[in-house]
Design a protein around this ligand. Structure first.
Ligand SMILES: Cc1ncc(COP(=O)(O)O)c(C=O)c1O
Length: 367
């Protein structure tokens, strides 16, 4: 009999599995530390709204039922909040699932998906997982997506272009002028996936209005998520906005009950608590300042961030710094796998967590 590996389709067998992080309790046991803080996964430090917790409790007793497969009430609320048609919305089990639905719908074997690199790890994974060809385009010298180079990488085999704006893991973004230039340079048949997971945190005033741009370009979708500013990463819910005909195609490719009832109720409540969102945005902005000042004091360079994390250059000893922080109970994200061997990515925490991170960083730096 052939080896089990040979039974799998080659493009799946060749994938590197996404490395899951250890539960924080396990890590603490291994390192002999307590009360560690996790600044590694760009989650909201400020947690969900209390209204979300109540909404989950209210629907919890009904989880023996399948969820509403159309996300009826949530659809109404999101359409109203964004000023779009209900038929322009597709909900998914996180934007991760929507990325997969997009490649399943639009990318055939041997066809190409273009994206900047380093960027979100799922772009190459979903592309290769469908037998597609991942075409990565280096960021520019300022670690921003390089609009000219992205457009130049498109061929007649290109079906999709992923653009995380703001970009992960750099936190950098492109403005309206660059975004417009990119759209003008891309042939109509290339579907632009404008992934705005961190949209709510953006500080620059010239950030592109991608939802308005949808009217001019039907071959584009905008992705948003409840995992970041709304604090619902553990429930897995995100959505796409696009042309109703295009969204109709995506609807055919999704599972009928892809968003749990808890996630739907939580997202509806999260959307309703504007104050909580505003507070999370304000705290994030002051947390970014706190981190940036700490980096300046140490003479460390960092990328300007429009997100809830910051990319800092700690130099050749990045893995020593990462390990040193870990020993002090501070979990950050090393980026060697992204080709950023001298950098760490740090998610904005609560003010006390940011301070603890900076203190640990100073110790590691001096040591
Ligand atoms: C750019 C980007 N897109 C999408 C996601 C995934 O979001 P979700 O939790 O909705 O799957 C992330 C998560 O970190 C991200 O950084």
């Amino acid at each position: 009999m052939s080896r089990i590996r040979d039974l799998a389709r080659p493009h799946i067998a060749e994938l590197e599995p996404y490395p899951p992080g250890k539960p924080i309790e396990e890590l603490e046991r291994e390192l002999g530390v307590r009360d560690s803080i996790k600044l590694a996964s760009n989650e909201s430090a400020f947690g969900p709204s209390p209204q979300v917790v109540r909404a989950i409790q209210e629907v919890a007793a009904g989880v023996h039922r399948y969820p509403d497969g159309s996300c009826f009430y949530l659809r109404q609320a999101v359409a109203k909040a964004l000023g779009v048609e209900e038929g322009q919305l597709l909900f998914g089990c996180g934007s991760d699932e929507i990325l997969e639905i997009l490649v399943k719908t639009f990318l055939g074997p041997g066809e190409e998906a273009v994206f900047p690199w380093p960027s979100f790890a799922m772009y190459p994974i979903v592309t290769r997982g469908m037998g597609g060809v991942a075409v990565s385009v280096p960021l520019d010298a300022e670690l921003r997506p390089d609009v000219e180079a992205l457009a130049a990488a498109v061929t007649e085999r290109t079906r999709l272009l992923f653009l995380a704006n703001p970009n992960n893991p750099t936190g950098t973004s492109i403005g309206a002028a660059d975004f417009q230039k990119l759209l003008e340079r891309l042939p109509e048949q290339v579907l632009v996936v404008c992934d705005e997971a961190y949209r709510e945190y953006v500080r620059r005033s010239d950030f592109p209005d991608s939802l308005a741009a949808l009217a001019r370009r039907p071959t584009m979708v905008v992705l948003r998520t409840f995992s970041k500013v709304y604090g619902l990463a553990g429930l897995r819910i995100g959505f796409a906005v696009g042309d109703p005909e295009l969204v109709g195609l995506l609807e055919r490719a999704r599972h009928p009950f892809n968003v749990s009832s808890l996630a739907q109720a939580a997202a509806l409540a999260a959307l309703g608590d504007r104050e909580h969102v505003a507070r999370a945005i304000t705290l994030n902005a002051s947390g970014l300042k706190q981190l940036e000042e700490g980096f300046r004091e140490l003479g460390l360079r960092f990328a300007p961030s429009d997100a809830n994390f910051v990319l800092v250059r700690v130099g050749e000893g990045a893995s020593r710094v990462y390990e040193g922080l870990l020993q002090r109970g501070v979990i950050t994200r090393p980026l060697g796998a992204f080709g950023l061997h001298e950098h760490l990515r740090v998610t904005v925490g609560l003010p006390t967590e940011n301070e603890r991170f900076l203190k640990a960083l100073r110790e590691v730096w001096d040591g």
